[in-house]
Design a protein. Structure first.
Length: 122
């Protein structure tokens, strides 16, 4: 008897939801939201809890850390006015990174579709 037939004939016990884990996540998120709203200097953002344990977070933790480090350094050395002035530079930096990412994808796509050549990504 195959697996599918076994489960159809024998059935399977219902899996109960894990309310403890749900309550823990709710309380942890609530605490981070409260601390973020109460203290301006609190470095942890609640959105980080959503991506804290997946593949994407393991790939982007360094750029987020470097951005935070730049922000803290500018705030300590130059203050809020200097941070506001540097914001345009960092926005332009992100836009240029996105542009070159799209250009890289376009070059790889055209290489594979039109010339049947595999182009390595940047």
């Amino acid at each position: 008897m195959g697996n599918a037939q076994y489960y159809i004939v024998q059935g399977q016990a219902a899996v109960l939801p894990h309310y403890g884990a749900l309550a823990y996540g709710f309380l942890k998120t609530g605490a981070v939201i409260f601390l973020r709203a109460r203290f301006y200097w609190w470095p942890v953002h609640p959105i980080g809890l959503l991506i804290q344990d997946n593949w994407f977070a393991h790939r982007i933790w360094l750029p987020f850390f470097l951005g935070w480090l730049c922000k803290v350094s500018i705030m300590k050395l130059g203050g809020g006015r200097q941070l506001k002035a540097a914001r345009n530079f960092f926005i332009a930096f992100v836009v240029v990174e996105g542009f070159f990412g799209c250009l890289s994808a376009l070059v790889r796509w055209t290489g594979e579709v039109f010339w049947n050549v595999t182009v390595p990504g940047f």
